[in-house]
Design a protein around this ligand. Sequence first.
Ligand SMILES: *[C@@H]1O[C@H](CO)[C@@H](O)[C@H](O)[C@H]1NC(C)=O
Ligand SMILES: *[C@@H]1O[C@H](CO)[C@@H](O)[C@H](O)[C@H]1NC(C)=O
Ligand SMILES: *[C@@H]1O[C@H](CO)[C@@H](O)[C@H](O)[C@H]1NC(C)=O
Ligand SMILES: *[C@@H]1O[C@H](CO)[C@@H](O)[C@H](O)[C@H]1NC(C)=O
Ligand SMILES: *[C@@H]1O[C@H](CO)[C@@H](O)[C@H](O)[C@H]1NC(C)=O
Ligand SMILES: *[C@@H]1O[C@H](CO)[C@@H](O)[C@H](O)[C@H]1NC(C)=O
Ligand SMILES: *[C@@H]1O[C@H](CO)[C@@H](O)[C@H](O)[C@H]1NC(C)=O
Ligand SMILES: *[C@@H]1O[C@H](CO)[C@@H](O)[C@H](O)[C@H]1NC(C)=O
Ligand SMILES: *[C@@H]1O[C@H](CO)[C@@H](O)[C@H](O)[C@H]1NC(C)=O
Ligand SMILES: [Zn+2]
Length: 886
Amino acid sequence: PPFCFSCHATKPNMLNVHLVPHTHDDVGWLKTVDQYYYGDRNDIQHAGVQYILDSVVDQLLKNPDRRFIYVETAFFYRWWKQQSSSMQQTVKQLVNEGRLEFVNGGWCMSDEATTHYSAVIDQMTMGLRFLNETFGPCGRPRVAWHIDPFGHAREHASMFAQMGYDGFFFGRLDYQDRARRMVKREQELLWRASNSLTPPMADLFTGILPNGYNPPEGFCWDQSCDDPPIRDDPDLEDYNVDDVVKRFLTIANSQAMVYKTNHIIMTMGSDFQYENANLWYKNLDKLIRYVNGQQANGSKVNVLYSTPSCYLQELHRANLTWALKTDDFFPYADDAHDFWTGYFTSRPALKRYERISNSNLQTCNQLEILGGPVSRKGPFGDGESQTMKKAMAVAQHHDAVSGTEKQHVANDYARRLANGWQHCQVLVSNSLTALSGSSAKRIYCDNLNISVCPLTESSKKFSVNVYNPLARPVAWPVRLPVNGTSYVVSDAEGKSVDCQVCVCVCVCKRCKLHLYAFSKPYMHDIVHLYFLLKTEYLCVHVLQFIRVTFDPDTGLLSSLSNLETKQTIKLTQNFYWYNASDGNNKESNQPSGAYIFRPNSSTPFIISKTAKTESIQTPVVQEVRQWFAPWVSQVVRLYGDSRALELEWTVGPLPIDDDLGKEVITRLDTSIKTSEYFYTDSNGREMLQRKKDFRPTWNLSQSEPIAGNYYPINSRAFIKDDVDQLTVVTDRSQGGGSLQNGSLEIMLHRRLLYDDVRGVGEPLNESSGVFPEGLVVRGCLRLSLDRPPSAADAHRPLAQQVVLQPLLTFTDGDLHPNTQLEFSGLQAALPPAVHLLTLTQWDKDSVLLRLEHQFQSQESKVNSHPVTVNLELSSGCMYLLMPPVF
Ligand SMILES: *[C@@H]1O[C@H](CO)[C@@H](O)[C@H](O)[C@H]1NC(C)=O
Ligand SMILES: *[C@@H]1O[C@H](CO)[C@@H](O)[C@H](O)[C@H]1NC(C)=O
Ligand SMILES: *[C@@H]1O[C@H](CO)[C@@H](O)[C@H](O)[C@H]1NC(C)=O
Ligand SMILES: *[C@@H]1O[C@H](CO)[C@@H](O)[C@H](O)[C@H]1NC(C)=O
Ligand SMILES: *[C@@H]1O[C@H](CO)[C@@H](O)[C@H](O)[C@H]1NC(C)=O
Ligand SMILES: *[C@@H]1O[C@H](CO)[C@@H](O)[C@H](O)[C@H]1NC(C)=O
Ligand SMILES: *[C@@H]1O[C@H](CO)[C@@H](O)[C@H](O)[C@H]1NC(C)=O
Ligand SMILES: *[C@@H]1O[C@H](CO)[C@@H](O)[C@H](O)[C@H]1NC(C)=O
Ligand SMILES: *[C@@H]1O[C@H](CO)[C@@H](O)[C@H](O)[C@H]1NC(C)=O
Ligand SMILES: [Zn+2]
């Protein structure tokens, strides 16, 4: 609406310089999000967001010409709650008049390499909803603003386009790409961000900012900068107006050479600037006055206060055709030996915790609706999902799940997620009580990944409740540490369930028995499995879909077969480590660190050529346990009726007594003829093709043969030729590459001894109370071998199952006889192409339901077609979903 859009007039026959006052406020990095808000711990970094907003509002009121943009709703929301109603009124006025403009407007500025689209959509929803409800249409950001993330994902651009943004601005891209774009004046482009959506559905104008997000050199007037102020009294010493104007005109004119129109943008601000906004605005007012004063003398430069949307409006009016871009902006390098590809894997345990937290949150959201109001106020107390929603939103920040924050901040993100889950647990318990009629105490075993569950380890009779948040049946193995040798397991109908007890070695070097059982919960089902200790045990032989072989001499995997499709490939898998550069060498002094991956040599060291093995063969589960070193082991696991092979890796503590930083990879070497191509997902959604030493849009000069070929893998990657496709589904975001034909490597864990000089100021060297010798991390890769292109029908659902995992809750002893043992929130499973993305309480009377077509166009013969879903609401609405939509 025009009343909230007040751009200053520009001059058509001049070069118009749009000055955009802004601050970049990280939602946690060197300090926690709350420390940044209050300006606490200024000994770490001087930064206090509350003062920034106080000061900016004050300064905007002093001069109606001034403009400011604000980005991070997590901070704005904290500030807003503390304002008086008259101040809130004043701020609304500034927003309505377009003097204070929100851009981006998500809860945070999400990371693009390590986030999953479902969590990004949620965090954007939280921020945009607050702005809409607080400011109405004038609070709606028109522009996406990702000035700091370290490379840019195509899926992010696609989401922004579909959310209705008019344009997207960012600051970081590969230095070679930038150099070429400057010459060709292609720093402004049209990003066609989906190969499934019909243009222009996922088209987004994209602008690359001239100077990262900083002011031009010599023009930083924040209290944190040392540039000279404008000294404009000719009677005083050091009068410098002529010099400032001259320097400014030089910069403006040279910037205009590398952009297409007679409008250019300058970001006047940087990290946590404007705490004393008077310094900035006083000098900017003068800059505009003196530079424009030269117009009387023939100058053709016109400077104005502006915002990204005002700038964008001028570009739109220019009516040009922009260069088209269809790939993404990964990997990002800011110099020849400085590839920001380490953070794809940094802090692997936090990355996993964030991913499982997303799954738990979606379950919590669904159960809040299915259980009704009693979920929030019920027998177990007051439960809620909001704390966890906020914790997840904060965790999407580009220094959160990315792993590029200080250790104490990483701990804070994890603490927030744990706290959020506590609140959700009450809700889930209340909801399950309502749905099952049993008020038995629910026990949560959050440490099953390290085989810890005090209940199942001590109880002789317990039940497990399995909640499946996907809208279709899954077969999901239930694996529990137990203390008996044989169990009888029965399902909700009292039928016995295949089970197996076997000895397992776990991280903490204690030995435990593990109990495996399959559950096939349907839809939103809650299925109770009874585990009753008995002396005999039942095991049914199950058909095998996969076969793997091992080399008897080395103990390594040697082949993988899909028995249904009658395919076999050669497959060797082993673990290696890259020796991290310490920064002392001729080419560059860049060490490997939290952001940057820089191996000292292109050849990784093999951890062990052979593995000690032990195997377990039962009809329910078969395992080969491999020991490579005291700090690397793996369980190769095949369940009876599974179509994917599990590689459960345990890595750590990485030894550093040799004073070498280590980056550990797992590598799959196969007989697949890949011809230098491999494929990775973008934020868990569409797949992108990657080629070794190649970028689709420029002639790459490769200077880091390993790090320069790493890409983010959020949920899956594959290699293929005409007949075979090997897909690897990950359980968290990781970095990986294909450096030899037929090979795929994935980085699992990193431990580094030097800071990589990108600001975090700490080496990435994680340890914890549980692991004082260095962090031990466990995770799982799931492999499937299929025929392309139908492989998509297997790996897409598999990836969704890993993203949204069944939630297990436990109750001790006998269940109350009236307990309802099964429940489904759906009348029928959704079609395979349709994914239930969101089901959550919106407000008191409404829920938010998002369904998406989850297949890419042409990806699957069967599933890449439009689907109709009958929601059977009272109105009987039908929804037609085209791939992919949400
Ligand atoms: C914005 O808020 C208004 C008023 O609360 C509401 O009616 C409208 O549906 C909201 N818009 C969106 C896109 O949520
Ligand atoms: C315009 O140029 C003349 C001659 O160079 C100079 O004397 C005068 O001060 C200039 N005016 C401004 C506003 O800079
Ligand atoms: C924009 O440019 C096209 C030609 O490229 C022209 O046909 C069209 O009329 C122009 N639109 C405006 C509003 O100038
Ligand atoms: C396991 O069972 C044994 C024998 O019944 C018992 O002594 C031990 O305390 C149990 N362990 C746990 C962790 O409950
Ligand atoms: C590992 O890298 C370090 C630092 O770059 C170097 O000093 C050392 O010689 C390398 N060691 C090996 C075994 O390559
Ligand atoms: C690897 O380490 C050696 C020995 O310190 C050093 O000479 C060489 O420059 C290093 N190479 C890299 C790429 O860091
Ligand atoms: C991979 O295969 C392609 C063509 O099939 C070949 O040109 C290339 O040299 C191979 N690369 C390596 C590293 O062997
Ligand atoms: C890459 O280099 C080749 C040959 O020098 C040239 O023909 C081609 O246009 C270049 N491609 C790009 C995208 O610059
Ligand atoms: C187990 O999962 C928790 C989160 O649920 C995580 O914090 C921890 O690091 C994981 N442990 C290992 C060994 O991966
Ligand atoms: Zn940042």
